[in-house]
Design a protein around this ligand. Structure first.
Ligand code: NAI
Ligand code: ISE
Length: 336
């Protein structure tokens, strides 16, 4: 029987995930939707899930006997309450990043899941499912010797006026924070943020670009450039330098043209198509695990580790230049 999924948060990504569950993936169906915006809930239902019931609140949706599993795609600050309610109801829950907006919030989720005694939560860190990152991980694990350094960049052509400096960490860098823990099988011990000259295309509340320096427990040094007004495209770069070679994240597939006396390869300008396949794979993984009453993939613990790191990075922004220690408690056995 198909897993009956309810989606809380019918905005951009909620609607897109609902579309892929109903139209692309197998083994599940969107049966319920809830959003503080009745208009957004109605639009999701009309456009991609005509059979779904609309619930007045996320809590009502989670409690419904017709809902087997929950997708939390509302604004970040609302994730914790819904994930905790899903755990209390014993229902598998896919939560978009961030798991919670504070490390304390993420820790409460870890504690609730550990007390429940079985994994129920998957966090939407989709890069772990990206074919390029998976190839890179194979090479890092087997071809280039011990990893020593990572050079990375996360660039967006532009961001809305509402995007402010700390969002460089919890909206943008959060993906690198997670994917490098996974890629290197390591944890962070410190963070530092330095600001180069600010782009004149930024605004008063956004220092852009910024450079984040992370150090891992095994001594790997990672530098990530976050540049969200870079103008030219959406560009994700990652190079791992090992003792015996280096490996680059593959560029997304694109046609190379010879035209107008130049050699051209287009670069994406929107983040949505960049990881479109990985969104499909992560959600199929969620459906498959939910069918057996559990969850796999990036866990609450990964969401917590990302939140602790993210808090340290924001502190490092506020005290630019200072090295902020990152301390994770012992990982509970549930996440071994
Ligand atoms: P959005 O603003 O387009 O949609 C959010 C929706 O949640 C809106 O319809 C809003 O009315 C609704 N909402 C807000 N508070 C709510 C509440 N308390 N209960 C129910 N609904 C509520 O935002 P978007 O871009 O879809 O982002 C949603 C989440 O997904 C964010 O946490 C964001 O960080 C994450 N995200 C993840 C991406 C990824 O690559 N993994 C990409 C884009 C977003
Ligand atoms: C957005 O919120 C995301 O989560 C995308 O995956 C990310 O790459 C983009 O830069 C963010 O703004």
């Amino acid at each position: 029987m198909a897993v009956r999924i309810g989606v809380i948060g019918a905005g951009a990504i909620g609607k897109d995930h609902a579309r892929r569950i109903n139209q692309v993936l197998t083994g599940a169906q969107i049966v319920a939707v809830s959003d503080v915006s009745a208009q957004n809930a109605a639009a999701l239902k009309a456009d991609v899930a005509p059979q779904a019931s609309v619930f007045a609140s996320g809590e009502d949706l989670i409690a419904s006997g017709n809902v087997d599993a929950v997708l939390v795609t509302s604004w970040g600050a609302t994730h914790e309450q819904y994930v905790l309610a899903a755990i209390a109801a014993g229902k598998p829950c896919f939560c978009e990043k961030p798991l919670a907006t504070t490390a304390d919030g993420a820790r409460r989720i870890v504690e609730a899941e550990v007390a429940f005694g079985r994994r129920l939560v998957q966090v939407g860190f989709m890069r772990r499912y990206d074919a390029g990152y998976r190839l890179l991980k194979d090479v890092v694990d087997s071809q280039i010797g011990t990893p020593l350094m990572v050079h990375a960049a996360h660039r967006n052509p532009s961001v809305p006026e509402s995007y402010v400096t700390p969002m460089g960490i919890h909206d943008t860098l959060i993906h690198e924070i997670d994917v490098f823990r996974w890629l290197l099988d390591d944890d962070y011990v410190s963070a530092q943020v330095v600001f180069p000259r600010t782009s004149s295309l930024s605004h008063a509340k956004l220092r852009d670009p910024q450079i984040v320096l992370l150090e891992t427990a095994k001594g790997v040094r990672i530098d990530v450039e976050i540049f969200v007004n870079c103008q030219y495209g959406y560009d994700i770069q990652c190079q791992v330098v090992g003792e015996q070679g280096l490996a680059n994240l593959p560029e997304p597939m694109a046609i190379q043209m010879r035209k107008n006396a130049s050699l051209q390869t287009p670069i994406m300008t929107d983040w949505k198509p960049r990881f479109i396949d990985s969104y499909d794979v992560e959600l199929q993984d969620f459906i498959n695990a939910a069918a057996t009453g559990t969850a796999s993939g990036p866990s609450s613990w990964d969401g917590y580790a990302a939140a602790v790191t993210s808090d340290a990075c924001v502190k490092a922004q506020e005290q630019s230049g200072a090295i902020i220690p990152i301390d994770l408690p012992v990982r509970p056995i549930l996440y071994a």
